[in-house]
Structures are given as structure tokens and as C-alpha cells.
Write a protein that binds this ligand. Structure first.
Ligand SMILES: *[C@@H]1O[C@H](CO)[C@@H](O)[C@H](O)[C@H]1NC(C)=O
Length: 343
């Protein structure tokens, strides 16, 4: 199902002034704004404007879709089409295609949109005679949920935290211990986790959507497996943490080297940011569709990567935040994710 919620044509202008090359004729420029829900498919409209020119399928016509940044040097290629030849680029690879509902249709279909796809796009139609640029703003809107529940165990290993330590640990990840209701919502949303963790009411539970023998038996249906209240001082378990939508910006730090943990911390500081916490990664992944197949250090000394578009070699079977582990901090094998609070 295509989800094209709303198109507003906000202006239709002959934007000659924006392209002041003396010899080239002024291109037509159309602006439109398109809204899409996180994870949906969306169509960015673009048509061949002048009816009497050669049709779009014609060999001489090129269509170029670009994601336009404020700084032109950071523009990203999205898709290039020349006749039957099509190529997609970067994070758009295998995720975008031309709609081609008729000879004049150069609209771009984008599947599985993430918050990162928000921005300005140009559709350039180049036929050697009259080149046109159509500008489309895409705004991706977050899901209805305003938070995410995630299971956690620390570097010291599984089943190692009493209730007090569990509470402090969630806070250190920019999260809090999840409530029963929050875990229940996460279970309804598909969370399946076969290790028991503390909840804020002092009970220990875990969510199972695919019942199986080692996870509370296969005779029981899907649901929350409940160990009931446990001794808060002496009982040792993992924890379920809850974190809400990001107030700042979570990102992969583009830099040439692989880093030790200390270098990773410093690299984020040098970028006027801090090394990201586990809660930041879960929030960006779940609520913003963040996807990156690069293992990076996080503040707790773990190395993880967030996959919202499962693919070969990158969490092929499910969308997940993948844990590589808690490597030796002097190991120079990973990149880093940073977090910048909003100014
Ligand atoms: C989006 O489009 C792809 C490919 O056409 C399709 O397989 C998928 O089911 C669509 N997803 C949604 C949410 O409509």
C-alpha cells in the first residue's frame, strides 16, 4: 500500500532567478510538500512538464533525483535514470524506484521511509532542450508511540543486577526502568526476549511472542512470563529500560579511523557532542527508523549497530539493535555514535 497522505502544491513558479547562467534557458520549477508516516512508502511527484517534448521513456531523456542539503557539497544522489538504465545510491539503494505510471511520470517511490529521509529533493529532467527542476519537500512523521522499551545487561554479564543497580543502570543509559504497562505495550508491538528483567514495580518478567521450550514452555501461549516480586537486594536479573523520543540528534560520526573507546569518547567531544548512550540508539532506531550497518562504541563501553531495514549481513531476519559485545576498550576496531543535545 502506498501511503501518500497529502500533497500540497505550495507554489508554481518560473524560477529563472535561481538559475542565472546566462546561456541556459530558465528551468521550470515546481515546489510540493509531501507527508509520510515513519516506515510507510511514499511517492514524490515529478512529471515531464511540456507535453510536446519527447516522452519520458525516450532514450535521450535523463532523470536525476537528488537529496539537496543546505551545503551543496553534501547533496546526495538518490536515483539516476537514462532510458532503461537505472541506478540508485547510498542509503536509497534498492529502496527507491521510478513510478512510471505513464510516459510523463518521473515520480519517485520511496519505501520504508525513516526520519532521516526528511528533507528537500530535486527531480531534474534533462533532455538537452529544456531542463526542468522540480523541488519536493518530504516530511516524515513519527509513529504514535512516544517511547521504546529495551532489555539490558551490563558489561559484568547476564543476571548481575539487583533492583537498585538496575535503576541506576537505566538512568545511566538515558532511560528509566520500564513499567509493566510499558513492557506490555512493547510485547504487543512484537518484543520477544528470553531473559528475565526487573520492572519498576519490583517484579521480574519477560515478553514472549513466539512461545518455545526454553522460554517458559511451549504449552503457554504468547504473553509476559512473570516471576512475580523478587527480593530487591539479593535477587540478580537483567532489566527492561524505557526511554522516550530524542530531544537531540543521534548520529554516526564520519571519520577516517577506527578508534579505541577513549578515542571514541574524545572524537565526539571534538565534534561538540558526547558519545551516545544505549537509550539514544534505541530511541533513534525505534522512533526515527535510524539504520546504519556500522558497529560503533557507546558510552557504556558496548559496541552496537541499529538496523531498521534488515538485509544480508546486517541483521537479515529482523529489525533490531544488534549487540557486538563489550570489547576490550583498547581495541581499535570500531567507529562511534555521538549525541548532540539541541541548542
Ligand atoms: C512498500 O512497497 C514495497 C515494494 O513495492 C512493498 O513490498 C511493501 O509491502 C510496501 N510497504 C508498505 C508499508 O506499504
Amino acid at each position: 500500500m502506498m501511503s501518500l497522505l497529502c500533497i500540497t502544491i505550495i507554489s508554481l513558479t518560473l524560477a529563472g532567478s535561481a538559475y542565472s547562467g546566462v546561456m541556459t534557458p530558465p528551468p521550470f520549477q515546481i515546489s510540493a510538500k509531501v507527508f509520510a508516516d515513519l516506515g510507510a512508502n511514499v511517492t514524490l511527484p515529478c512529471t515531464l512538464l511540456s507535453k510536446n517534448s519527447m516522452s519520458f521513456g525516450h532514450i535521450g531523456i535523463r532523470v536525476k533525483w537528488t537529496k539537496v542539503a543546505d551545503d551543496e557539497a553534501l547533496n546526495e544522489d538518490v536515483l539516476m535514470s537514462m532510458g532503461f538504465h537505472k541506478k540508485t545510491y547510498g542509503s536509497f539503494e534498492n529502496r527507491v524506484f521510478l513510478q512510471e505510471s505513464d510516459d510523463e511520470d518521473a515520480s519517485l517511490v520511496m519505501t520504508d521511509v525513516s526520519m532521516e529521509d526528511t528533507g528537500k529533493y530535486h527531480c531534474e529532467i534533462i533532455n538537452g532542450m529544456e531542463d526542468t527542476v522540480q523541488e519536493i519537500f518530504l516530511e516524515v512523521q513519527g509513529g504514535l508511540t512516544d517511547g521504546v522499551v529495551f532489555p539490558y545487561f551490563p558489561a559484568s554479564g547476564r543476571y548481575n543486577m539487583n533492583f537498585e543497580t538496575a535503576m541506576q543502570t537505566c538512568v545511566s543509559l538515558d532511560a528509566v526502568v520500564a513499567s509493566y504497562d510499558q513492557l506490555y505495550e512493547a510485547w504487543k508491538d512484537g518484543l520477544d526476549w528470553c531473559n528475565a528483567g526487573w520492572l519498576s514495580d519490583g517484579t521480574v518478567q519477560y515478553p514472549i511472542t513466539k512461545p518455545r521450550e526454553p522460554c517458559g514452555g511451549s504449552n503457554n501461549g504468547p504473553g509476559l512470563r512473570n516471576y512475580g516480586p523478587r527480593d530487591k537486594d539479593t535477587a540478580l536479573y537483567d532489566v527492561f529500560c524505557y526511554t522516550s523520543a530524542l530531544k537531540g540528534h543521534f548520529y554516526w560520526l564520519v571519520q577516517p579511523e577506527r578508534l579505541t573507546f577513549d578515542e571514541a569518547v574524545q572524537a565526539c567531544l571534538d565534534d561538540d557532542a558526547e558519545i551516545a548512550k544505549v537509550g539514544h540508539m534505541y530511541s533513534a532506531w525505534k522512533l526515527e527508523g535510524y539504520d546504519r550497518c556500522d558497529a560503533g562504541w557507546l558510552a557504556d563501553g558496548s559496541v552496537r549497530y541499529p538496523i531498521s531495514r534488515p538485509r544480508k549481513n546486517c541483521s537479515p531476519t529482523e529489525a533490531a539493535v544488534r549487540l557486538v559485545g563489550f570489547p576490550d576498550k583498547s581495541q581499535k576496531s570500531y567507529g562511534v555514535y555521538c549525541y548532540k543535545t539541541q541548542q
